[in-house]
Design a protein around this ligand. Structure first.
Ligand SMILES: [Mg+2]
Length: 260
């Protein structure tokens, strides 16, 4: 993994003059620091300004791709005329393109049932809570005492094991979050490729994310464009890294200079 390129400019050599960019950004942990309460992850004004000016450029197609539900992520970012992907890309809504994975709605009753079962299982564990996200459901355990984390994970595995065959559920592991999702071969990487293929003309994909769910997109886009992980990690497949949200903001400013 190459060093954070705000200091070294190698990454920008990949952007040729006149090049259009398809910029994909994760939200939590990428544009805003992760918080115990996801509703408190408010987008800082300066970051919003950066995104707004990128969105205004006709040489940048901006997508925010998040594990949050579509209405939730749209509300958190609050910028019109850009593309949003919710539920890790199961739902996509942008100018000239919309998508709902055909398997998402049929699986919703099983997700709802599993979330109800899980809710009963974790009722006695302080700090554990479930967030419903329309097509997925997240079990948060960031605020759970260390001694109770194993119980949380066991409860989750117990519920998952009760869904098999055509009702099988997938597990998405995040940072102190376990997520119930429909068992579909679809992820942030598939969603990013779908968006890229639906754009008219040639775009260089640039993807910035911080979590394991973003690795699917890094793998999908590594050879096509620029992949960046927020936070250094030996395990990531991203080509570059940025240290934190401050560096992400610096990076977005530099991208803007290249395309405006
Ligand atoms: Mg993230």
């Amino acid at each position: 993994m190459k060093h954070s390129y705000i200091l070294k400019n190698t990454v920008f050599k990949k952007i040729s003059p006149g090049q259009k960019i398809a910029l994909f950004l994760d939200y939590d942990g990428t544009l805003v620091p992760i918080q115990k309460d996801p509703s408190r992850c408010v987008l800082p004004g300066e970051m919003k300004e950066e995104l707004n000016s990128l969105a205004d450029s006709n040489r940048c197609y901006l997508t925010i791709l998040s594990g949050r539900s579509l209405p939730d992520i749209k509300g958190m970012v609050g910028i019109r005329n850009i593309c949003y992907g919710g539920n890790h890309g199961l739902v996509i809504s942008g100018s000239d393109m919309t998508y709902v994975h055909p398997g998402a709605l049929p699986a919703k009753p099983y997700i709802d049932k599993a979330a109800r079962m899980l809710s009963k299982e974790i009722a006695g564990i302080e700090g554990a809570w479930i967030e419903r996200k329309r097509f997925t459901a997240s079990l948060h355990y960031r605020s759970v005492r260390k001694g109770d984390v194993l119980s949380v994970k066991k409860a989750f595995c117990k519920v998952i094991s009760e869904f098999s065959g055509g009702k099988r559920l997938a597990v998405i592991k995040g940072k102190m979050v376990l997520e119930l999702a429909p068992d579909l071969s679809w992820n942030k990487g598939s969603a990013a490729l779908w968006i890229l293929n639906n754009l008219k003309g040639k775009y260089l994909p640039v993807y910035v994310g911080d979590d394991w769910t973003d690795e699917t997109a890094f793998r999908a886009l590594n050879k096509k464009g620029i992949t960046i992980r927020v936070g250094k990690s030996a395990k990531t497949t991203a080509n570059y890294y940025l240290k934190n949200q401050r560096e992400v903001s610096e990076f977005l400013k530099r991208v803007k200079e290249f395309i405006v």
